[in-house]
Design a protein around this ligand. Structure first.
Ligand SMILES: Cc1ncc(COP(=O)(O)O)c(C=O)c1O
Length: 474
């Protein structure tokens, strides 16, 4: 057994799990969803039946029956003398879930590759002899690419020198590297909720304690909460997405940016700005770059070509003061030995064409956003569907906190989605569903039709009052 989940943590992760009768099947479904989302990693020890029953306020026989159902479907196994543990995916019976082949997969918001990418890849391949003559191991990044990234910031109004840039293997590795260098066990990190879940996981893995600040699609950031949390908990770092936040698509107002930065400076907090989605503007327009005052010491930016060009490129970066860059370089080798040369050369050739790339992206995202909104408005008028001015997804408000049950239900109809709770920092968000609009229009329309067909059934199967009560507990 590799790790263990406590009854309290499992209760929080399950959120409003009681979505149908019998209760033991609803509980088993909730645990299956956590396995599918990889929030319960394989070989995680589950709490003893008695402890989980007490934490969930259900009888021990309900938990015992849920564990039995999970054993029947191959999601967990009993280990003699040490309770039950989750099993690796391959060993699970997918009988309740349609095969993922031919499914509409909207679990990730990954736009298709920018159409000019193949041409740039071919051009760079023409220089292969010169490329492979290089050493290849380089934890800092190619100097031409670091120069191009520095220029990219300078063009945005953020004067930058190449010595303030390190190239990473995508934004995720940038987050991981920052977490390992900036955070120690027990340190606090201020983070939006909902947020990009792999960042939250990376901070948790570094031992950090997360302090959530709510962001809504309708209202944006709860700035009172943010200011109070910064002043009260003095977090070591704040991880924020001020432009087209994933998943809400909201952008901070200029005033929010000023208030947040001033409060972070008072608290001595390093502000980590994740700008992976910052260039995905559909119809917002230009906003003065965030958090300029106080740079470079207290503000660290990270970015990536994953959403603007292609997720398969795996090129990201961090911009920070030169001393931080040196610390990141020193720490990096335990994580990886550099970003592949070929991808870096491709990235260096792409950055001068950035304006053209984001214009195409804007067009693609507008088409997807408008198609998804139109389909949902007509199929599910009872849902509150926002119109984000950029980003990659709709953060939809359902008229009942049944996101997890809905996600389980449509899975068996060949539609793969992530439940709202996946984006939560400290439980909740079961009233929300993230729908990426990066997929082709026909898939988005089909997805809306599947959701509309499923929703009355999911809603009909749930004693909603009881569910709301439960959600308020976590
Ligand atoms: C906000 C945010 N940060 C980071 C990442 C990870 O990006 P990359 O693919 O460059 O690792 C993503 C990808 O979904 C994202 O949405």
């Amino acid at each position: 057994m590799d790790s263990r989940v406590s009854a309290r943590a499992l209760t929080a992760a399950l959120g409003g799990w009681r979505t149908r009768e019998p209760a033991y099947e609803a509980l088993a479904d909730g645990i299956r969803l956590l396995c599918l989302d990889n929030r319960l990693a394989p070989r995680t020890a589950l709490p003893a039946e008695r402890e989980l029953a007490a934490s969930l306020h259900v009888s021990r026989s309900t938990v015992a029956a849920a564990y039995r159902s999970l054993r029947d479907t191959g999601h967990i196994a009993s280990v003699r003398g040490s309770g039950s543990e989750t099993l690796p995916l391959g060993r699970r019976d997918t009988g309740r879930v349609a095969s993922t082949e031919g499914a509409i997969d909207l679990q990730q918001a990954s736009p298709p590759a920018w159409p000019g990418l193949a041409g740039v890849v071919s051009e760079v391949a023409g220089q292969a002899a010169a490329l492979v003559a290089r050493v290849g191991y380089d934890v800092l990044g190619r100097s031409d690419l670091r120069g191009a990234i520095a220029e990219h910031y300078t063009r945005r109004g953020i004067p930058t020198d190449a010595s303030e840039v390190i190239v990473t293997t995508g934004a995720q590795s940038a987050i991981h590297l920052l977490a390992s260098v900036l955070l120690g066990r027990g340190d606090r990190v201020l983070i939006e909720t909902p947020t990009y879940p792999h960042a939250a996981d990376a901070f948790r893995r570094a031992g950090a304690r997360l302090v959530g600040v709510p962001v809504t699609a309708a209202e944006g950031w709860d700035m009172d909460r943010a200011e109070q949390a910064l002043a009260r908990t003095l977090p070591v770092a704040a991880y924020l997405m001020p432009d087209f936040q994933n998943p809400t698509g909201r952008s901070m107002t200029p005033e929010d940016r000023t208030i947040m930065l001033a409060a972070a400076e008072r608290a001595g907090t390093v502000v980590i700005l994740d700008e992976t989605t910052a260039d995905l503007d559909i119809d917002r327009g230009w906003v003065a770059p965030a958090f300029l005052h106080g740079e470079p010491g207290s503000v660290v930016r990270l970015g990536s070509l994953g959403k603007t060009v292609w997720g398969g490129l795996r090129v990201g970066w961090i911009r920070g003061e030169a001393d931080l860059i040196r610390r990141l370089v020193a720490a990096r080798s335990t994580q990886d030995l550099g970003t592949p040369e070929f991808e870096q050369a491709v990235a260096a050739a792409l950055l001068p064409r950035f304006a053209e790339i984001v214009a195409q992206r804007s067009h693609l995202l507008r088409t997807g956003r408008d198609a998804a909104i139109a389909a949902l408005h007509s199929a599910l008028p009872e849902w509150t569907v926002p119109t984000p001015s950029g980003g990659v997804s709709l953060w939809i408000e359902l008229d009942a906190p049944l996101s997890s049950a809905l996600v389980m239900h449509v899975r068996s109809r060949g539609l793969l989605l992530s439940a709202g709770s996946r984006f939560a920092v400290d439980g909740g968000h079961d009233r929300h569903l993230r729908l990426p609009f990066t997929a082709p229009t026909d898939q988005l329309e089909r997805a809306a039709a599947i959701l509309a067909e499923a929703w009355p059934r999911v809603r009909g199967g749930a004693p909603v009052a009881a569910v709301e009560q439960l959600e308020a507990v976590v």
